[in-house]
Write a protein that binds this ligand. Sequence first.
Ligand SMILES: Cc1cc2nc3c(=O)[nH]c(=O)nc-3n(C[C@H](O)[C@H](O)[C@H](O)COP(=O)(O)OP(=O)(O)OC[C@H]3O[C@@H](n4cnc5c(N)ncnc54)[C@H](O)[C@@H]3O)c2cc1C
Length: 339
Amino acid sequence: MLNKPITIAGGGLAGLSLAIGLRERGVPVLLHEAGRYPRHRVCGEFISGVKGSTLEALGIADDLADAERNGKAKWFREGDELLDSDMPEPALGISRYRLDQRLKERFLSLGGRLREGSRLGREPREGMVWAAGRLPKKGGWIGLKCHLQDFPMKSDLEMHLGANGYAGLTPVEDGRVNVCGLFKLDRSRKGRGSGLLLDYLRQGGSEELAERIESGRPDEESFLGVSGFELGWQGGDQSLCSLGDAEGMIPPFTGNGMSMAFESAELALDPLVRWSSGSAEWDASVSEIHRVAKSRFRRRVANAMALHKVLLDARGQRLISAISRTGLLPFRPLLSLVR
Ligand SMILES: Cc1cc2nc3c(=O)[nH]c(=O)nc-3n(C[C@H](O)[C@H](O)[C@H](O)COP(=O)(O)OP(=O)(O)OC[C@H]3O[C@@H](n4cnc5c(N)ncnc54)[C@H](O)[C@@H]3O)c2cc1C
């Protein structure tokens, strides 16, 4: 019997990697992406916590084989160094501009069908996976990102805490560094392009970082900003087969959102293949995907939301500074709470 086709709404990392994994298993896939490739995305562009076995299962390990390996991290608060630590596993650094384009090409080479510039409606229906990213909401956050063309790093990864948010820097391909910040939205902030990012950094007390970025030759073509979203569970309809950020968005400081997108695609593969081959009902497959996703991600999202509050709170930051001065900040145990 012929496999039934799957339609995917959203060609970000969850949608593209699921589409590739399904094509590898002989499932017909039609992917609708509202935007067009290649394109920059507001993202820190460091992938932390993903297992090689997940990338292999999805059939995308080769697409990440040449990503930068970033094994050391330094944390700062308003310019002062808090922590210098090794990551348990190196984080992968690659731009979304390159990665999403590569995954699109792999999907097409496997016979997948793609409609760019096509936006689907968010109604649950048999055979449709919703991987369209976080839900638009009146949120209190703004994410800003820009590539720097000439930026000497102080470590493989830099994370800067300020009074109004945080920003991470990581090397990506071609000698570029990506800077991406999440800040409390303040509509009185001025500035265009990277100037807006600098304004937010200065407002939060990261003057030295702002100066370094200013002289790091920001590539204005890569600058992007996004607001109107909330972190955490997106309050999804249980009858909708939602994956990745569409289901739940982990706070960005973890560097784990892209891993969660890949992991959620991986855990959806078997239930969707069973539906496609006619050996499972759609509703049963969707319930299984929700159940496995909740049990895998519930603890890490809850921990990350709690730590995110501490990181953005002045007293929380003072506490982190005080503990880090004693050299007793348990970086690895804290990191394991959000993996
Ligand atoms: C400021 C910030 C920094 C971050 N930094 C990091 C980091 O360093 N490391 C990390 O791992 N994660 C980071 N993340 C999170 C990471 O970007 C996401 O977790 C990841 O992109 C989720 O992938 P996704 O496929 O679920 O969603 P997305 O990548 O958002 O993809 C969704 C896609 O769906 C498309 N779409 C939307 N609506 C429709 C529709 N109706 N029909 C069809 N298509 C549609 C969109 O155009 C988009 O391409 C960060 C996020 C933010 C906001």
